[in-house]
Design a protein around this ligand. Sequence first.
Ligand code: FHN
Length: 577
Amino acid sequence: MAKTLDLTPPASIKWWRDARFGMFIHWGIYSVPAGTWKGKRIPSIGEWIMYNAKMSIPEYAALAGVFNPVKFDADEWVSIAKRAGMKYLVITSKHHDGFAMFHSPSNPYNIVDATPYGKDLMKALAKACRKHGLKLCFYYSQAQDWHAPGGAGHWDEVDGGWWKPLVKPEPFAKYLKDKVKPQVKELLTQYGPVGLIWFDTPVAITREQSLDLRRFVHKLQPNCLVSGRVGHDVGDYGSLGDNQIPSGPVKGDWETPATLNDTWGYKSYDHNWKSVQTLLDLLVDLASKGVNYLLNVGPTSAGIIPKPSVSRLLKIGEWMDINGEAIHGSSASPFPYEFDWGRMTAKGKRLYLLLPKWRSTLKINGLRNKVKKATLLADPRRRVKVCQTHDAATDFHTLTLNLGGKRAGKYISVVALDLDGPAKVETLPLQQPSGTVVLPVYMAGLHSAGGAPALAINRAGLLDNLKGPQSSVTWDFKLAQPGEYEAKVVIGCPHHGGKAGDGQRVVLTLGDHKLRGVLKADEKVEGARTQYFPEFAASLGRIRLDQSGTLHAELKAEEAPNGLALASVHLAPAKRG
Ligand code: FHN
C-alpha cells in the first residue's frame, strides 16, 4: 500500500507562529541600476530590471563588477529589524537574476568571486542575527534563473519575446541538480542554523521536484522551515500573494510578503511609501487573521536601507514596544469576521482590541465570557468601565467599554480584555452595534447543483466562480433590530492589481423579500487591505427585514457569464428621507 505523504511541519514552526512579524530584504546587483537602464526609467519592480529592460546576460552580469556595498553594516540592519519588533529576517540569497549574494563555492556567479566587494556578507548577517536573537532565513529562487542554463526564464528560452516561462524538463532537472541543490546545501551548511528557506515562483517545477527540495532542506537542517512557494502546496506553511490581505481568518499557517513602497528591490525613484498608520493597520489586520507579515526593505547598492524605510520601521517599533504583546505570540481573533471599529487578536484568556480610530465608548456583540478586567496598554492606570448585558429575546450579548475621551497611545490603541476563560463567541454573522450586518462569503454555505462547477473559497477568502441560477451562497445570521436596510454586494478581485468584473444579474433573498439587480462596481472599498487587490461595493437597493433573531439569506448570480468574485454582502440601516 502506498505510504501517505506526511507534510507535518517541524515542531520548530512554533517560533515562526509566535513571531508574526519579519523583515524581508531584497538585495542584489539590481540595486546598481536602481530602476533605470540606459537613461530610461524601467517600469515595474526593481529586481526584475534584467527582464523588463531586456538586458542580455553579459550586460547584466557586468553590474556585478561595480557592486561594492562598502556601507553595509550587518549589525545596523539587524538592529533596525529588532527595534521594529521583527523576529526574523529573510534575505535574497539568489533572486531570479541567478546572482548569489553569498559565497557559493559551486558557482562563481556570486558576491565573493564576482564583485569588487569580495566578502561573504551573509556570515556577518548570521553573526548579527545570533547576537540580537533574530532568526536568519534565506530567500532562494529555485525555478526562475535567468542566468543558469536550464533555469526557468534563461536566455536560451527566447521565444519571440524575451522570456519564456516554460522549462524544458531535462535541462531544468540538470539545473536543479547542478546549481540549486549545491547552493541550497551551501546556505544550510555555511551559516549555522537557518530559520527557513523562502523558495519563490515555482513556475513549472514538478511536484516530485518540490517534494525533493523539501526533503533536501529537512535532511540538512531538520528545524529549517520550507516556504509554501516551493510549489504544489508542499511547504511547511503557506504564502499568500504579494501584498495580499485575506478578507477573513485563514486555516493553517500563512504569511503575506509585503512592500513598503511598490518595489522589492531598490528603485531610486519609488517614493510611494506607505504611511506608518497603513503599515500598522496591515500588521494588525494580518495578525487578527493569524497571518505573519513579512515586510520588505530594498537596500541601495552601497548597502544602505533607505531612510524612509528606516524611519517607518522605527516608528512601528515604538508602537510595538508598548503594544507588541498583542502581536507576538498571538493567535487570530476568535470572531470569524472583521469589525468595523478595528481588529482583535487573542492569547490564552486575553483578547486584544486594536482600534485605529479612538472612540470613548466601544461596543462589541457576541462575547459570551465574563470580562474580568479591561486595560489600555498605552495607559495601564486608566480605569476602563466594563458593562455586559444579555438580551434574552434575541440572545445578543453586548459588551460596552467606556474608554474615556482622550486617546490612549498613537496609531492604534490597544485594549486588553482579561476573560474568565478562553474566549467563547457567537459564531454566526451578527448585527454589529453600528447597525450593519456583514455576510462574508467565507462564512456562507456554498451550493451548486445540476452539474454546475463546485464552488470553492480561495485562500484570500473570496469565492471566485459564482455563476448560474443553480448555484447559490447562503447564510444564517442574527439581527437585533428589524427595519429597512440598504443592501450591497462586495465584489472582490482575485488577481494582483486586477479589475473587479461587474455586470452580473444577481438576486438576494432575505426572508420573504427579494432584491434583483445588475451589479455595478462603482464604489471602491477604501482601506489598506484593498490597495493591491481592490474591492467594490455594488448597491442593490433597499430591503425590509421584519423580524429580529436568526434570519436566512441567499445570493444567486443568475446571469454571470464570467462569474462573480464575491467577497461579502453588506446590510446597513437605510437612511430616512
Ligand atoms: O517575482 C518575485 C518578486 O520579484 C518578489 O521577489 C516577490 C516577493 O514575494 N516574489 C515574486 C513574485 O511573487
